[in-house]
Design a protein around this ligand. Structure first.
Ligand code: MF3
Ligand code: CO
Length: 292
């Protein structure tokens, strides 16, 4: 997009049909200003057009439907493979595709991470949900080529109060991270908000994995760390779509990768970990959650 060559009377590059001078010109000038001041700014390819946003919104609506479907059917005694079947069948019956399936060789349609599994747990017939388990179900959908990504925690049967608290406070971390994602603030503000709250609860934040740009591909720039400092990292600009997905550990922050399947990430100390995720759109008026 050669926006620099647009005259104020030209139609805007975003496809709104409105003249550039009344549409994105002001934002483009603001981006140029921050860049000159030494900040990292998003390249134009990270700013979604109105049509693209509608496409991502439609994908996100199906993704939310999948999670609601899981919420309605998840129960004690069920295997994580059965969750995979719920996700696969619902998604396909709505004309969409499960983004995880075959993604970089991933073998299933969803990630199901139980207890001390931090993320990328692989559904299995052998893993049956028992009373006291907490499980993250991480659903990602492709619809008409547009990607969306969200996850929720489910508590099975009677979960220990301190583990319930981890699940609830991790949801609060997500809420605070999203609230920090204001236009013309910075990606580092998201991490700072999550880290401050998680650590104030006595928890630790996983550093090796984070959120990401999403929409036209599964994982795009920027990397959204859940630790960080305010006013650092990439500038947040209206039209960016990204995920916030804090992984919060009850014990230490250390994680390790499953050597056999190459995917599943565990806490090093074996203590439980929780995660919640939304896909959000940065707007002038504040972050908009697309995945509910
Ligand atoms: N859904 C995960 C995320 O939030 C990515 C999973 S990749 C997979 O980024 F291949 F494991 F599915
Ligand atoms: Co994600």
């Amino acid at each position: 997009m050669k926006r620099v060559h647009l005259k104020p009377t030209d139609p805007c590059w975003c496809g709104s049909g409105i003249p550039y001078g009344e549409c994105h010109q002001h934002a483009d000038q603001k981006i140029a200003y921050y860049k000159k001041r030494g900040h990292i700014v998003p390249p134009p390819r990270l700013l979604r057009t109105r049509e693209e946003i509608e496409g991502i919104r439609a994908s996100a609506a199906i993704n939310t439907g999948v999670l609601d479907h899981v919420a309605a059917h998840i129960h004690e005694g069920m295997s994580t493979e059965e969750i995979n079947t719920l996700v696969q069948e619902y998604t396909v019956s709505h004309g969409a595709v499960c983004a995880p399936l075959n993604y970089e060789g991933y073998p299933k349609s969803v990630c199901t991470s139980v207890n001390h599994e931090v993320c990328h747990g692989i559904p299995s017939h052998r893993r049956k949900l028992r009373s006291g388990d907490i499980v993250n179900v991480d659903v990602s959908t492709i619809f008409n080529g547009f990607y969306s990504d969200a996850s929720r925690m489910f508590m099975i049967g009677e979960v220990k109060p301190e583990v319930q608290r981890l699940v609830e406070q991790t949801k609060e971390c997500l809420k605070r991270g999203i609230e920090a994602a204001q236009a013309w603030h910075f990606v580092g503000d998201i991490g700072a908000a999550v880290q401050q709250y998680a650590e104030s609860c006595g928890y630790s934040v996983v550093r090796e994995l984070g959120g990401h740009g999403v929409g036209l591909v599964f994982h795009d720039e920027p990397f959204v760390s859940h630790v960080g400092k305010k006013n650092t990292g990439m500038l947040l600009v209206p039209g960016m779509v990204l995920t916030v997905e804090p992984m919060i550990n009850m014990g230490g922050p250390g994680v390790e990768l499953d050597r056999y399947n190459g995917w599943t990430v565990y806490t090093q100390d074996g203590k439980p970990s929780a995660q919640w995720e939304h896909t959000i759109l940065i707007t002038e008026e504040g972050p908009e959650i697309l995945t509910w």
